[in-house]
Design a protein around this ligand. Structure first.
Ligand code: HPA
Length: 247
């Protein structure tokens, strides 16, 4: 074991890594999309696999949920195992009327209520959390080629899954507009919980990253995907991510 949370030897993990939050999804991706797969870690039941996609070596590492958890895996993947291209494949909540269940969203930027940006910059700047432009461009092109519609825009990365952003009497509410209303007005498409860490840490390490998400919950209409709906739209997102990561 060469890092605290990932029981792999250096060299067992590809420079190209897909990052689902859920360990079971990591297993499903490895089993259904990769060949010659081997599992390199199961510490805390947070699984990681390396295999091949169209002849290229790709790893799939689960990250758990939220900024602190993904931050640990990002650090070890990049600093210990040499990851250089990281694509998060996760779920998100649709924020606005234009976003529907099962849509695939590419995060062109990440806004956040997490303190991690301030921890790095000491409040001196509101650092823009951005993906790698080449990965973003490639993913948009791949989606076009595969004829899989995607929406590209800003997402909000939150620390609290259960928050009161839609409550007019919540911490932000002034009786007129909730925080979610404001975010919608500013074009935020979706809410999730890891992109800020992904874009911050990869910027600092000068490695490439992108977040792609499937809408599993619709905060606007109050709807949720069924398990089978989740799976089929999840597969579209994985195809886009894998085609992007090998280019
Ligand atoms: N909130 C935050 N993260 C999420 C959600 C949500 O509604 N759905 C999927 N990830």
């Amino acid at each position: 074991m060469t890092s605290i949370h990932i029981a792999a030897e250096v060299g067992e993990i590809s420079e190209r890594v897909l990052l689902p939050g859920d360990p079971v999804r990591a297993k499903i991706i490895a089993e259904n999309f990769l060949t010659d797969v081997h599992q390199y870690t199961a510490i805390r039941n947070i699984f990681g696999f390396t295999g091949f996609y169209k002849g290229e070596r790709v790893s799939v590492q689960a990250t758990g949920m939220g900024v602190p958890s993904i931050s640990i895996y990002l650090h070890e993947l990049i600093e210990v195992f040499g990851a250089r291209k990281l694509i998060r494949v996760g779920t998100c909540g649709g924020m606005s009327e234009s976003v529907n269940l099962r849509d695939v969203i590419i995060a062109q930027g990440s806004s956040t209520d997490s303190s991690i940006v301030n921890q790095v910059f000491n409040g001196a700047v509101n650092f823009s959390l951005l993906p790698d432009f080449n990965l973003l461009r490639t993913a948009a092109n791949v989606a076009d080629e595969l004829k899989l519609p995607v929406k590209v825009g800003n997402v909000i990365c939150v620390d609290l899954f259960y928050n009161d952003y839609d409550d007019p009497n919540g911490t932000f509410g002034d009786g007129k507009r909730t925080l979610n209303d404001k975010l919608r007005r500013h074009g935020v498409l979706a809410v999730e919980m890891e992109s800020a860490a992904l874009y911050l840490h990869t910027a600092a390490a000068n490695v490439q990253a992108l977040g792609i998400f499937t809408v599993s919950d619709d905060l606007w209409r109050g709807e949720h995907c069924t398990t089978s709906e989740r799976e089929s739209s999840f597969n579209d997102m994985i195809r886009i991510a894998l085609e992007t990561i090998i280019r």
